[in-house]
Ligand binder design. Structure first.
Ligand SMILES: [Zn+2]
Length: 218
């Protein structure tokens, strides 16, 4: 700082009040006789004042945690202390990674948690979709998948039905009538748990189950 500077400008740059700076000057540079914020400080005094009063700038505030979510995920409950920003379809969603399957699975997990449900039985579906479902629901929803062409007897089917909170019969997939019958014949006893999924794909299954779980029985 080689040039004279006004008291008020120096005070601002040092982040101290004008009064505080004038008091310091009166005590430490009385000969300069500086009384007013508009007065000019000689450069050497300004340097001394800067050394004596200079404060570290206030620390930058912690960046606020934000989460970018697509319109579908924005409907899910926010995480505490995290600000939600809804993004368009062209941006990547922090929650589902813009995957329709994951988005539907998250919604289903949320619906299960909200109702205190835990166990999903899926009747039908190919090996690929079974693997996808297990991955998407891992640790959140217990899933049992009945091979649509496999062998199941009535006793086992009955145990499955009792075990499950929700039973999804995936009618659009490879599902023999013999297998589906085991699960739907007892419709009367387990009607409240049962949902028929007419569409293919993991997202469709999760959406149908979410609807089933979110709609109160009636
Ligand atoms: Zn999303």
């Amino acid at each position: 700082m080689a040039r004279p500077v006004r008291v008020r400008n120096l005070a601002r740059s040092l982040n101290v009040s004008e009064t505080e700076l004038l008091v310091w000057l009166a005590e430490n540079a009385p000969a300069a006789d500086l009384r007013h914020p508009a007065d000019f400080l000689p450069a050497d005094i300004a340097v001394r004042a800067q050394q004596a009063l200079g404060r570290a700038p206030p620390p930058a505030p912690e960046p606020e945690p934000v989460e970018r979510r697509c319109a579908g995920c924005a409907k899910l409950p926010p995480k505490p202390g995290v600000r939600l920003i809804e993004v368009g379809a062209d941006a990547v969603c922090d929650m589902c990674g813009s995957s329709a399957n994951k988005r539907a699975a998250l919604a289903m997990i949320g619906a299960f948690h909200a109702r205190g449900l835990r166990r999903l039985l899926v009747v039908g579906g190919g090996p690929g979709t079974a693997e996808d479902l297990r991955q998407l629901l891992a640790g959140e929803v217990d899933i049992r998948i009945v091979d649509g062409e496999g062998h199941r007897n009535a006793t086992k089917a009955d145990a499955d039905l009792r075990w499950a909170d929700v039973v999804a019969v995936w009618s659009s997939t490879i599902l023999s009538h013999k297998v589906s019958k085991l699960y739907t014949d007892q419709r009367a006893a387990f009607r409240d748990k049962l949902v028929t999924v007419p569409r293919r794909g993991v997202a469709a299954l999760c959406m149908a189950v979410t609807d089933k779980v979110s709609t109160p029985p009636g």
